[in-house]
Structures are given as structure tokens and as C-alpha cells.
Write a protein that binds this ligand. Structure first.
Ligand code: SF4
Length: 280
């Protein structure tokens, strides 16, 4: 997913997946002495009682591993911290994770561009990948599968988008947990308070896949393969006519007329701009 000469930026949350990711990217890089320095970005959403612990874990491990950590917060860029966004979501029928994920992705990309990253590595594991794939199918949101391909986004507009890669995409969550214990990495103890309102569909998909796995241990790998095959063969339909003058590059993106960031094929403005208009 990346070349030793490429500069890899790691999205670090302080949770188990991103620590395992950062540690292993660092180890790989150390095999190639001329590799550019890795840097890490932590997004502070502004969740009181939750973010403090993971930030302190992230800072501690970056100190130990001698990695530069950049902390970027919602308030400075989006205009409000998540704790103050949540009360505004009630009438909009948007859940906390949707807004949190959208703003986080945007800020990660923005900071990675600023740091001249070639690749942005994020800690999605096999379970995350498979759940997202099935969820998108169940919602008939097929374009979304193509927008988030499992082995990173090959969009080639370097001025707008740092290609996201998911080096842990074939590692089951359970193995990552075991690896953390084995390596004695600190583990965050308190969950995000908004994860209680976590998508019901995701939870059901998670239970369903885990149940299938009891009898068919290969099921998650099969679904991952199906995801990859889908990405290579699916041709997005229904292109919007509003974008006759905008670039649709070979990876099937449009450019948001508001902020010039990449966005999905069927949108008029990107979701980040839409949310910002509605909330702020
Ligand atoms: S659980 Fe949802 S709201 Fe909490 S940090 Fe994760 S994505 Fe954000």
C-alpha cells in the first residue's frame, strides 16, 4: 500500500487499532533507512471525559516511539466541538458518529496535505471493513463502496486528497486486541459516550457476521474479497448533470464547488459543507 520512499501520515486515535498501525508502520519504515519520517495526526472532536484519556495515550506512545504528533481539533476548523454539536443534531436526524466521522475524515485529509503526506494510513481492521461493506449493501448505497475502496483510495489529485490506506484491513479485530496485550500497549478504558447511539444497523450487522463466523471461520475474509471484487467491477450510475464543468477523474470523483474537496458522484456539494451549513 505504500512505498518506502513515501511519506506516511498515520491517523492516531489512541485506541488499539491505531496504536498497532502506527507501531507497525514505524517498524516497516525502520527497515528502510532513507524512508521519510512518519508523522501522526490525532483529531480532538471535543468529547469531555473521553478524548482526554486517548490523547494522553497517543502522546505517551509518540514520545516513546519518537514520532511527531499533531493534534487538530473540531472547534478550530469546523467551528464547534462535538459536545456542542450533538444538541443541534436532534432535529436533523443525524447521529453523532456520522458527523464525527465526516469532520474527522476532512480534518485528517487537510492536515495530511499540509504535512505533505503521500499516504494517510488509518486503522480500519477486517471487522470494520466487512461491516461497512454489508451496511452499504443493505442501504443500497453502492457508490459509497467505490468511494471507500478497501485497499486505499487511488485518487490521483495530490493537491486535494491524500490517498487513504488501510494496512490492517485484513486483520481481524480479535487479533489486534491480542496483539495489544502481547505488546503491553496501553488500552483505553472508557468508551465514547456517543457510541451508545451507535448505528443500530451496524450493531446488527456486527452480530450477524460474528454469528456466521462461528460456523464459517473464513466468512470475513470472503466478504472482504467480495468487497474488493465489487470495487473493481462496479460502474457508478446516475451521474449528476449539475457537474458538467467539474472534473470527474478516473477514480469517479467530483469536486465540491464550495470547498474544492473531492466528493461522491451524486452530490451537489460535499457532505462536510452540507453539514456545516446545517449546523453552524
Ligand atoms: S463512537 Fe462515534 S461519536 Fe464517538 S468517537 Fe467514535 S465516531 Fe465519534
Amino acid at each position: 500500500m505504500f512505498h518506502p520512499r513515501e511519506k506516511v501520515i498515520v491517523g492516531l486515535s489512541g485506541g488499539k487499532d491505531s496504536l498497532v498501525l502506527l507501531y507497525n508502520v514505524m517498524k516497516l519504515q525502520q527497515r528502510y533507512p532513507k524512508s521519510p519520517e512518519i508523522e501522526a495526526i490525532l483529531i480532538d472532536e471535543g468529547i469531555k471525559g473521553y478524548r482526554e484519556e486517548s490523547t494522553s495515550i497517543a502522546k505517551k506512545m509518540c514520545d516513546v516511539w519518537n514520532i511527531k504528533l499533531h493534534i487538530v481539533d473540531f472547534k478550530t476548523y469546523f467551528g464547534l466541538e462535538l459536545d456542542r454539536i450533538i444538541p443541534k443534531l436532534k432535529n436533523l436526524k443525524i447521529n453523532a458518529c456520522t458527523i464525527c466521522g465526516t469532520v474527522r475524515r476532512r480534518l485528517l485529509n487537510m492536515k495530511s496535505l499540509e504535512l505533505n503526506g503521500d499516504k494517510l494510513a488509518i486503522g480500519h481492521n477486517l471487522d470494520d471493513q466487512v461491516e461497512t461493506f454489508l451496511q452499504n449493501i443493505l442501504r443500497n448505497d453502492l457508490n459509497k463502496i467505490v468511494i471507500n475502496p478497501p485497499n486505499g483510495n487511488p485518487i490521483d489529485d495530490r493537491k486535494k486528497f491524500v490517498s487513504r490506506i488501510k494496512p490492517l484491513m485484513s486483520i481481524p479485530e480479535e487479533e489486534i486486541v491480542r496483539y495489544c496485550y502481547y505488546k503491553e500497549f496501553p488500552i483505553q478504558s472508557n468508551p465514547c459516550p456517543y457510541s451508545i447511539g451507535f448505528s443500530i444497523l451496524r450493531k446488527k450487522v456486527q452480530d450477524f457476521v460474528n454469528h456466521l463466523e462461528l460456523h464459517s471461520p473464513e466468512i470475513k475474509y470472503n466478504l472482504q474479497k467480495a468487497n474488493e471484487n465489487f470495487v473493481s467491477n462496479y460502474k457508478p450510475k446516475n451521474l449528476s448533470n449539475n457537474f458538467s464543468d467539474s472534473k470527474i477523474n478516473k477514480t469517479q470523483y467530483q469536486i465540491c464547488p464550495n470547498c474544492s474537496n473531492p466528493m461522491g458522484l451524486l452530490r451537489k456539494i460535499c457532505y462536510y459543507c452540507e453539514l456545516k451549513e446545517k449546523i453552524i
